[in-house]
Design a protein. Sequence first.
Length: 160
Amino acid sequence: MLLWFAALSLVLVAGVFDSPNLDYRLVVVGAVLPVAEGAVGGPWLLHTLPFCVAALFGVMLVARGRRFAQRRWLGVPIGLFAHLFLDGTWTRTEVFWWPFAGIDSLGGSSVPEFSRWPEGLAFEVAGAVVALWAWRRYRLGDPSCREALLRQGRLTGMRS
């Protein structure tokens, strides 16, 4: 399930923050990154709220005093938060609230995005539909708008 996370995180974050300075490429990276935990035996730290909060604080501390760097790298934790929302991890208390809901709850099971197979296909189709809508909404068919997203992470083609 990549399109579901990539397209919806981009659209939701662009709609909520409406920031010309946020790097939307990093939002997508943050939203897709936890899917990789499926290859290593289940949900690990990337599916937990404390990790996402730590990533947010980490960006703010490491880039302290450099607002441009903070704005750019905030996309990763924002994407991680979007992933938790979009895959329903918040419904799995033992994973979402690790280690507060139990220390042994990570790993050894499937990640939420792979545990619901028939519905997962519907989510991917919905992600493709949202991606097509975003292509038109943000005018990514225009080479200059597409170039701004690919090179700078900016959505310059937003329509009012």
